[in-house]
Design a binder for this molecule. Structure first.
Ligand code: FMN
Length: 546
């Protein structure tokens, strides 16, 4: 492993920290004339309009994590439903003359740098091929038709039916607003989208495994990213490819054989991406860091072992069905500072962020858990305010103790649950201050700082820097859904002052770094906004054509 590369990635991380007197480099203003289009279109492709779900899958809250549903057959309707409930639109919001769409998956600044692709073997209603998901129209754009033997090769190798889903990132969409820190945000968004795909798969009785041995180069070949005429600066960068198969099928292979890749490599890819902006601005440090964190072929990461039994008290609410929870997920923009969260919700929510090989979403095979949660408790009934630590992998408990402030209590709050009180007291003001002065971090019931095992993960390669952010995004997605299910609401917080957070915890080295924050509480709605259904614009367009 190249020490210079690791040093450069760590340097990117330090350089893009926010602090009280210094924000990471960004444009400093909103260049509205060049705002990137959040919806990619590949011009010149055949388009397949996808049907919308007539009825949502009947699955309760608990089924989000462990689905015992009969697997649905793979076909046009079910694959369309899988996309609708993971990366589809969830609503439009309007204020005055402006209106903007929201999606099932959240995104920093609602800029949505993540694109979704499918590799579809023959199945009812869909011609086999490589497709790009055109979100705004809920449609597939056909990008390639590899030779028919390709699909048989995949099926034989995987040992069963299923299809592949890929994610890619357009850094420019985030960098347009956030500049150098955008690389981090894009990777959080990948984690959110990955968890969203995993949860949605479960509602159809399917599982989802990362093909974790593959390289970024392999993903470029599969998705044709290396044969696409990009507008400079608007390229899609490879993130991941996962296999979706029926629950109950034996665990499948987690990479693709060379012979299959060769077939994709020789296929022509159709379509020219429509430009996203009139002009793009280069952020060299993002390009360099993307380059230095490219994933080579590796051993397939081990699946996470069950390390933590589910808490007996963890209860899923019976009020909302799983699909309703997904559809209602939104970010809170304000909280009621006087509201108190009930203790059961607090513990159940945290419990669901623990990695378990039997439960979504941490069963996708990203590798060993490397993120722990510093929990700032503000208003939870029966849980005194203070700073707590949720040790998501108890094997790392000793390192955390060594690294954190030596004066902390480390008092285990409940038997059998890895939550420790570090120091008690009101931390609302501190939480707000270190979260770029955002009130949502302190007016909530609790907020969290996600501590990544920073220097250690580099041992398994610089690409693991991206995976740390994916893991935090996945944790964020769990918190979003859990909050929604229990009548609360969450918000991801990408803007925080990195080293002041470390100072609060006494962290003085690079062993752990705070990578992402999150806050959960009782939301206060903004009455000025109106809401429209997610695809009402399609009817509007249709009406204006007829
Ligand atoms: C990685 C990430 C970072 C975010 N950071 C912030 C933040 O610092 N402050 C904030 O108010 N919202 C933040 N958000 C919330 C987004 O603004 C929100 O997801 C987006 O506007 C879309 O709205 P929705 O989540 O309701 O779909 C963040 C979301 C994500 C996924």
């Amino acid at each position: 492993m190249n020490r210079d590369t690791i040093g450069a990635v760590a340097a990117y991380h330090h350089r893009t920290k926010h602090d009280f007197d210094r924000y990471a480099r960004s444009p400093g203003y909103m260049d509205w004339a060049n705002q990137p289009d959040p919806f990619r279109r590949y011009n010149g492709t055949e388009t397949l309009a996808l049907p919308f779900l007539d009825a949502d899958p009947e699955a309760d809250h608990a089924a989000l994590y462990r689905s015992s549903l009969q697997p649905e057959p793979f076909g046009l309707e079910t694959v369309a439903g899988f996309l609708e409930l993971s990366v589809g639109l969830s609503a439009w919001k309007a204020y005055g003359n402006s209106r903007w769409s929201l999606r099932m998956n959240p995104s920093s600044g609602n800029l949505h740098p993540t694109e979704t692709h499918l590799l579809m073997p023959p199945m009812p209603g869909i011609e086999p091929g490589v497709y790009h998901y055109r979100v705004i129209e809920h449609a597939l754009e056909l990008r390639a038709v590899p030779e028919p033997e390709t699909w048989q090769g995949i099926r034989n190798h995987m040992g069963g039916n299923g299809f592949l889903v890929g994610l890619t990132t357009i850094f420019w969409r985030e960098a347009w607003k956030y500049g150098e820190r955008a690389f981090r945000y894009c990777n959080h968004d990948v984690g959110h989208a990955l968890a969203a795909l995993r949860f949605s798969a479960g509602l159809f009785g399917w599982r989802l495994f990362l093909l974790g041995g593959m390289s970024d180069r392999d993903i470029e070949i599969l998705l044709g990213l290396d044969r696409t005429p990009w507008h400079p600066g608007e390229e899609e960068h490879p993130d991941l490819v996962a296999f979706v198969c029926a629950t109950g099928d034996p665990p499948c292979a987690r990479e693709l054989p060379e012979t299959v890749l060769e077939r994709f490599a020789s296929a022509p890819y159709f379509g020219k991406p429509a430009p996203l902006s009139r002009r793009t601005r280069r952020w060299e440090i993002i390009e360099e860091t993307a380059d230095k964190t490219r994933k080579p072929r590796t051993e397939t990461p081990e699946m996470v072992e069950v390390r933590q039994p589910l808490q007996r008290e963890t209860r899923e609410e019976a009020v909302l069905g799983a699909a309703q929870i997904i559809r209602r997920r939104r970010s809170a923009t304000a909280f009621d500072p006087d509201a108190t969260m009930d203790q059961g919700s607090f513990f159940s929510m945290l419990d669901r962020t623990l990695p378990r090989s039997t439960d979504a979403p941490f069963d996708v095979g990203l590798g060993p858990p490397a993120v722990h949660l510093a929990v700032f408790v503000h208003r939870v009934a029966g849980v005194p305010p203070g700073i707590y630590l949720l040790v998501r992998d108890e094997a790392e408990g000793d390192v955390l103790r060594e690294e954190c402030d030596s004066g902390f209590f480390w008092h285990r709050v409940r038997n059998g649950f890895p939550l420790f009180l570090l120091r008690s007291g009101d931390v609302r003001v501190e939480a707000i201050e270190v979260s770029c002065h955002q009130e949502i971090a302190g007016f909530s019931a609790f907020s969290v700082g996600m501590l990544g095992r920073f220097s250690e993960v580099f041992r398994s390669g610089p690409h693991r820097y991206r995976h740390l952010f994916w893991e935090t995004g996945m944790i964020g997605q769990v918190l979003y859904l859990e909050a929604e299910a229990r009548g609360y609401r969450g918000t991801g917080i990408g803007c925080f002052f990195d080293d002041p957070v470390h100072a609060m915890l006494g962290l003085a080295t690079d062993t752990f770094q705070s990578l992402y924050h999150f806050t959960v509480g009782a939301p206060v709605e903004d009455p000025r906004l109106t809401t429209h259904p997610p695809y009402f614009h399609l009817e509007e367009n249709h009406d204006s054509r007829t």
